[in-house]
Design a protein around this ligand. Structure first.
Ligand code: 6PG
Length: 250
C-alpha cells in the first residue's frame, strides 16, 4: 500500500479547485524551500482547466516561478496548437499568465507522427533533467491526475498494454476505443512521485470512484487503482457529486 493516502472531500467543484490550488501552491513553496526547485507534471481534461486558471489568478506574483519546472503526465497525439493538446490548455490557462521561464517548460512532442518516437523523445527529456540512477525513476514533487469515467488516469486506459510497463518512463499507448495513440508517463513513474493528487469532480465519476476506492476489481480494469506512490503521498480531491456513492468511512 501507499505510504499515505488521504481523501479530501469538498462540497462544490469550486471548493475542489480552490483546495487543489492551495495544495499546489503549498507543495511548490515547500519544495523550493527544501530542495531549491519544484517539479510538477500536469494533466489534461476539463477539471484541471479551472485549477490552472485559479493558480494563475492567485499566485502569478507569489510563487518562485524561475524554480518551477513543468512537465506533463500525458498528451494527445496532436500538435501543440491543436485544441485537444494538453500543453495548449495549460499554456492558455496558466503558463502564458505567469512569469515562468520558457526553458522551464517541458512539453510532450505530440506533433511527432510516430507516437512511439514522441514517447522515446520525452523519456530522454526526463532522463536528462532528472538523471535517475540505472533502474530508478524520476521523482516528481507533484503529479496531478484526473480520472475518466472508465477509471483511466493519465493515458493509462483499462486493459491497455501500457499498464504492464515496468522499466520505461514514457510510452505510446494505443487506445482502441478512441482509435488513437496517447503518450503517457508509466505506472512506475507515477508511483515514484513524492506526491500525487487526483482531482475528481462530478456525478459521472461517482460509480467509478466507488470502484477505485472501495471495489475489489483489478487495476487492469480501473487503472487509477494502480497509482500507489511507494514512498509518497496520495491525495484524492473529490467533490460531493463524485463522492455520492462512497461509504461514509472513506
Ligand atoms: C487527458 C487526461 C485524462 C484526464 C481524465 C479526466 O489527457 O484527457 O490527462 O487522464 O485527466 O480523462 O478528465 P476530466 O478531468 O476532464 O474528467
Amino acid at each position: 500500500m501507499s505510504a499515505s493516502v488521504e481523501v479530501r472531500r469538498l462540497t462544490t467543484p469550486q471548493d475542489l479547485f480552490q483546495a487543489a490550488a492551495e495544495e499546489v501552491i503549498r507543495v511548490a513553496t515547500a519544495a523550493v524551500a527544501e530542495r531549491g526547485r519544484f517539479t510538477i507534471a500536469l494533466s489534461g481534461g476539463s477539471t484541471p482547466r479551472n485549477l490552472y486558471t485559479l493558480i494563475a489568478a492567485n499566485a502569478s506574483t507569489g510563487l518562485p516561478w524561475a524554480q518551477i519546472f513543468f512537465f506533463w503526465g500525458d498528451e494527445r497525439h496532436v500538435p501543440p496548437t491543436d485544441p485537444e493538446s494538453n500543453y495548449r490548455m495549460a499554456q492558455e490557462t496558466l503558463l502564458s499568465k505567469v512569469p515562468v521561464p520558457p526553458a522551464n517548460i517541458f512539453r510532450i512532442p505530440g506533433e511527432n507522427p510516430d507516437a512511439s518516437a514522441a514517447a522515446e523523445a520525452y523519456e530522454q527529456t526526463l532522463r536528462k533533467f532528472f538523471v535517475p540512477a540505472p533502474g530508478e525513476f524520476p521523482r516528481f514533487d507533484l503529479i496531478l491526475l484526473g480520472m475518466g469515467p472508465d477509471g483511466h488516469t493519465a493515458s493509462l486506459f483499462p486493459e491497455t498494454e501500457a499498464l504492464q510497463e515496468k522499466s520505461r518512463l514514457v510510452v505510446a499507448n494505443w487506445v482502441e476505443k478512441l482509435n488513437t495513440s496517447r503518450i503517457s508517463l508509466t505506472v512506475p513513474v507515477l508511483n515514484a512521485a513524492r506526491q500525487v493528487a487526483f482531482l475528481v469532480g462530478g456525478a459521472d465519476k461517482a460509480a467509478v470512484l466507488h470502484e477505485v476506492l472501495e471495489g475489489d476489481a483489478p487495476g487492469e480494469k480501473y487503472p487509477s487503482k494502480l497509482v500507489r506512490p511507494s514512498e509518497g503521498k496520495l491525495i484524492w480531491f473529490i467533490d460531493r457529486a463524485a463522492a455520492s456513492e462512497l461509504s461514509p468511512a472513506v
